[in-house]
Design a protein around this ligand. Structure first.
Ligand code: G4P
Length: 555
């Protein structure tokens, strides 16, 4: 059954569910820290007329004095630990922009956010080109086949050669670049961009701090005004580069963009509002609305029969969604817990009753919010592509499916082999209850992973993460939110691998294992093995050829 009845009126038009879905754009900005993600987000809000929010992004970055203490850690480090969803309307589109933590230690969280998007906008610093974290995040998007749009930022500062920058997209990332706008001038002489589609020039005026929409004039490349405004060398260089692009560039192919093979490229300067409007328009026009998602095969206890894996269309009438992020105690005054869900099919209505697939229980979704930092707005309805925050459901965990159709179960959340390990213990036995409750909650939120191991110091929990800062957050949050002290000591492992099921695991004492190697299991009881270094891992692989090791869990 599909959704097809007109639902409501927007500006005098009756919108069908299909139209509601088609106008949605759900995306994240991926970049290396400092490339300009926050600034660009702020400008998007400015253009989306959510100006009251625009200042808040900076406020979030700079003055987090009213937030909880673990956010003090963010402030102290100048990084963004939490992620927020920004929603605004722009030229008929309903935009969901998912903010992703920028620091490399939080890439696990970022990876999860990327499961909830339909497209990604990659921001590159024009003076630096592709940087390590951009590349890492790009790989996650590529694995998921997410379409990628590119914004080459900071053209108001001396940049690398724009042709070299787009070549890099091809040679380093294997993406076929299709420039949509092209820079005119470079650094201090940057004057605007050429729109290759409409064949016109957009000249910009600098505004103080880029605080307002940048005034711009549009004209033809041969217009004397353009020649007058541009440095003659810059003009000649742009003409030459554009000729080269015309001769040797890729022809724009929307299907290839949607398949993640081509990337439309825009140039500009976020801080000065140069090229931002063109980017937003181009992106929303060519980006992809929500599409179907895969439901996995399952055999749940309360169901009459097992269900097969299948595609769930966005127009499927029944509501379905999955949890991709959980954040507790965002506001110390409320001490609440918010599960961020991405709607995949049907329509969300406040107070609806759905099945929490993992437990089989019915739950009423009565408290749904759109969020911006500390501000909340109640949500009465939401459509596929939308992200909403559900408050107060302690049983919801990362990856869980919520649905009106019990035959749907999503398995969208990737897990990655951790790279750093530590033992966590409780130094204050009297506080055992608080310590346990806090640790349990943080694990459910996916702040870090934890593993059971055969040989562990007494009372110690093995924590594992992508970066060490995740451990600091665990300790800071245990203390400030649960009033529980903790002690952290490094655990002597460098690698963790999942082991494919094998009879010899029933008698692990017979395995040939070098000293320091430890066996254990993840929270789903999948066997894992931990190695202190490369040498022990190589030795184990050589001596136990029948055991297959994987850097992701084997389902
Ligand atoms: P991030 O979220 O990707 O980490 O980057 P963010 O937007 O915070 O930008 C990093 C720095 O780059 C900021 O400067 C920001 O002002 C600057 N920036 C962003 N876009 C442009 C641009 O188009 N041109 C130039 N020249 N600079 C740009 P900051 O000094 O770290 O902070 P602030 O004091 O300016 O806010």
């Amino acid at each position: 059954m599909t959704l097809n009845r007109p639902q409501r009126t927007l500006a005098g038009f009756v919108m069908t569910p299909a139209q509601e879905i088609a106008r949605r754009r759900t995306f994240a900005i991926i970049s290396h820290p400092d490339a300009g993600k926050t600034t660009l987000t702020e400008k998007f809000l400015l253009y989306g007329n959510a100006v009251h929010l625009a200042g808040s992004v900076t406020a979030r970055k700079n003055q987090r004095s009213t937030t909880s203490d673990w956010m003090a850690l963010e402030r102290q480090r100048g990084i963004s630990v939490s992620s927020t969803v920004l929603q605004f309307d722009y030229r008929g589109h309903a935009v969901n922009l998912l903010d992703t933590p920028g620091h490399k230690d939080f890439s696990e969280d970022t990876y999860r956010v990327l499961t909830a998007v339909d497209a990604a906008l990659m921001v590159i610093d024009a003076a630096k080109g592709i940087e390590p974290q951009t590349r890492k995040l790009f790989e996650v998007c590529r694995r998921r086949g997410v379409p990628i749009f590119t914004f080459i930022n900071k053209c108001d500062r001396p940049t690398l050669d724009p042709l070299a920058l787009i070549d890099e997209l091809e040679s380093v990332l294997g993406l076929a670049p299709v420039p949509v706008t092209w820079p005119l001038g470079n650094g201090p002489s940057f004057r605007g961009v050429y729109d290759l589609r409409h064949k016109d020039v957009h000249l910009f005026e600098r505004t103080p701090g880029g605080a307002f929409r940048s005034p711009e004039s549009v004209s033809d490349l041969s217009d004397p005004i353009v020649k007058e405004k541009l440095d003659p060398d810059d003009y000649a260089a742009a003409v030459e580069q554009l000729e080269m692009l015309e001769g040797a560039g890729h022809a724009f192919d929307l299907a290839a963009v949607h398949a993640g093979q081509q990337t439309p490229v825009f140039f500009g300067s976020a801080v000065n509002n140069f090229g931002v409007d063109l980017l937003l328009q181009g992106f929303l026009h060519d980006s992809i609305p929500p599409t179907s998602r895969n439901s996995v095969a399952m055999n749940s206890p309360g169901m009459p029969a097992p269900t097969d894996a299948r595609e769930v269309s966005v127009t499927h009438e029944k509501f379905s969604a999955f949890v991709f992020k959980i954040q507790a105690n965002m506001d110390p005054k409320h001490r609440d817990r918010i599960a961020f869900v991405r709607v995949c099919s049907g329509k969300f209505s406040r107070d609806m009753v759905v099945t929490h697939q993992r437990t089989g229980k019915s739950v009423r979704l009565s408290s749904a919010h759109k969020l911006f930092g500390q501000d909340r707005e109640t949500v009465d309805e939401a459509w596929p592509g939308d992200v909403i925050g559900l408050v107060g459901h302690d049983a919801f965990g990362i990856g869980d499916t919520l649905t009106e159709d019990r035959t749907i179960a999503y398995d969208e959340i990737p897990r990655f082999a951790p790279e750093v390990f530590a033992w966590l213990t409780n130094p204050t036995p009297a506080d055992a209850k608080k310590y346990r409750a806090g640790l349990e909650q943080l694990l459910l939120e996916g702040v870090m992973q934890s593993f059971e191991v055969r040989h562990a110091p007494p009372g110690a929990t093995l924590l594992a993460a992508v970066g060490p800062l995740q451990f600091e957050v665990v300790q800071a949050r245990l203390e400030t939110e649960y009033n529980a002290k903790s002690r952290l000591t490094p655990a002597p492992f460098e690698h963790l691998r999942w082991i494919a099921p094998h009879p010899s695991l029933d008698t692990p004492e017979n395995l040939l294992m070098p000293g320091g190697v430890n066996l254990g299991s993840d929270k789903f009881d999948h066997p894992v093995i931990l190695f202190p270094n490369d040498w022990t891992m190589d030795y184990f692989v050589e001596k136990n050829p029948d055991l297959k090791l994987h850097d992701q869990p084997i389902e």
